[in-house]
Design a protein around this ligand. Sequence first.
Ligand SMILES: [Zn+2]
Length: 70
Amino acid sequence: MVTCPECDAEIDVEETDLDEGDTLTCDDCGADLRVVSVDPFELESLDEEEEEEDFLDEDEDDDEEEEDWK
Ligand SMILES: [Zn+2]
């Protein structure tokens, strides 16, 4: 049994069935989680990373404007 870092709910998955980099979804709050470490076992939420990627997309738009200038 593993614990969701977002809502502290227990997720019906055994730690021994998971490897580093595996992803799972919390049944209780719906958060997408990724295994970042198996010893000690550690999960992180993927929701926060998606927000950071949105900022990177804005930077790519700036690069396209520079190409038009050339
Ligand atoms: Zn949860």
